[in-house]
Design a protein around this ligand. Structure first.
Ligand code: SF4
Length: 286
C-alpha cells in the first residue's frame, strides 16, 4: 500500500526545505508533489481494517512536508491536504470551534471531502443542532457515524452506563472503534487539534503519521491559538455551539463534560473532570 520513494525525491525535498516557503497547489521544481505522498487505491485484497505501517522513507517525507507547512496558513494546509489526498481525505469533527472553522474553509476549497461526526448517542442536543446549521450554511452534510449498539442496548449489555465505571472502554466502543470503521479506505484524515490545548497536543505536527488509525494525520490549526480560532469565527460569522457561551470551552458527550471556571481552569478541565482522564484516545497516537 505504501509508496516507496526513490532516492532522488529527497534531493528535491532538501532543496525545497532550504529554499523555504510553500504554496499549496503550486507545482514546480523543488516542491513535494502530491503524487509522491499518495498510495495506490485500495484493492479487494487489501485488509482495510488493519492499520497500515509506513516506510521509513514515507515517515521522513511526511516530517519534511510538515516542516514546510509550519509557516503556512490553515487555508493553505487544507488546500495542500486536498491536493495531496482527496478523494481519500476525510475529517472527523465533534463540532468544536476548530472543526467549524475548518468546515468553513472546506466549503470554499473542497466541500466534497467526507466529514463525519462520532455520534456516541451521548451528545448534547446543541451539538446535533449545530450539525444542521452547518449543513444549511455551507451545504456540507456531516455524516453521523454511530456505534453498532444504541445507548439503550449498550447500557443494557453492561448493566448501566459504562461512562460511570469504565470511561476508557466506553470511549473505545463508542468513539475509537467507530472511527476505525469510518476511515476504512481513506488515506489521510484532518483534525482540528491545536498545540496549545494541552500538554498531550503540544508537539502535534502539521502532518504526521497516525499509527493508531494507519493514516496520515493533518492538523491545519496546530499552530493557531484559541484567540485565532475565535477571531476567525467572529470575522466569518461561522456557526458555533451555543454551549461555548455558557461556560463550556470544550464539548464532548454530556455525561463527561462540565462547564469550567473562566480564567481559573484549563480549557479542557471540564472533560472527564475529576477522573484523571484527559483524552478519549482519538488524538493520543498510541
Ligand atoms: Fe462514553 Fe463519556 Fe467517552 Fe462519551 S466521552 S464515549 S459518554 S466515556
Amino acid at each position: 500500500m505504501i509508496v516507496s520513494l526513490p532516492a532522488q525525491n529527497f534531493s528535491k525535498m532538501d532543496s525545497k526545505i532550504s529554499g523555504g516557503g510553500l504554496e499549496a497547489g503550486v507545482r514546480g521544481p523543488g516542491r513535494i508533489q502530491p503524487e509522491e505522498l499518495r498510495s495506490p487505491p485500495p484493492t479487494a485484497s487489501d485488509d482495510l481494517g488493519a492499520p497500515r505501517s509506513p516506510t521509513a522513507e514515507e515517515l521522513e517525507l511526511l516530517a519534511r512536508q510538515s516542516q514546510l507547512l509550519e509557516g503556512a496558513t490553515p487555508e493553505k494546509i487544507v488546500a495542500w491536504a486536498v491536493e495531496a489526498y482527496f478523494p481519500r481525505l476525510t475529517m472527523a469533527t465533534a463540532f468544536g470551534p476548530e472543526g467549524c472553522v475548518i468546515l468553513a474553509m472546506l466549503a470554499k476549497i473542497e466541500p466534497r471531502v467526507y466529514v463525519f461526526n462520532l455520534d456516541t448517542g451521548y451528545q448534547f442536543p446543541e451539538t446535533l443542532e449545530l450539525r444542521d446549521r452547518i449543513a444549511q450554511r455551507y451545504g456540507i452534510e456531516v455524516d453521523l457515524q454511530k456505534p453498532e449498539l444504541s445507548v439503550a442496548q449498550y447500557e443494557a449489555r453492561h448493566g448501566g452506563p459504562l461512562y460511570e465505571t469504565d470511561s476508557d472502554r466506553c470511549c473505545l466502543d463508542r468513539k475509537i472503534a467507530v472511527l476505525h470503521r469510518a476511515v476504512e479506505g481513506y488515506q489521510a484524515w484532518m483534525s482540528g487539534i491545536r498545540r496549545d490545548q494541552s500538554t498531550h497536543r503540544a508537539h502535534a505536527p502539521i502532518v504526521g503519521w497516525d499509527k493508531k488509525f494507519g493514516l496520515v494525520k493533518i492538523s491545519p490549526l496546530a499552530n493557531w491559538t484559541k484567540k485565532d480560532v475565535w477571531k476567525r469565527i467572529a470575522e466569518g460569522n461561522i456557526p458555533y455551539n451555543p454551549l461555548h457561551d455558557r461556560g463550556y470551552p470544550s464539548i464532548g458527550c454530556w455525561p463527561c463534560t462540565r462547564a469550567v471556571l473562566w480564567g481559573e481552569e484549563d480549557e479542557r478541565a471540564g472533560r472527564w473532570s475529576g477522573t484523571g482522564k484527559t483524552e478519549c484516545g482519538l488524538h493520543t497516537g498510541e
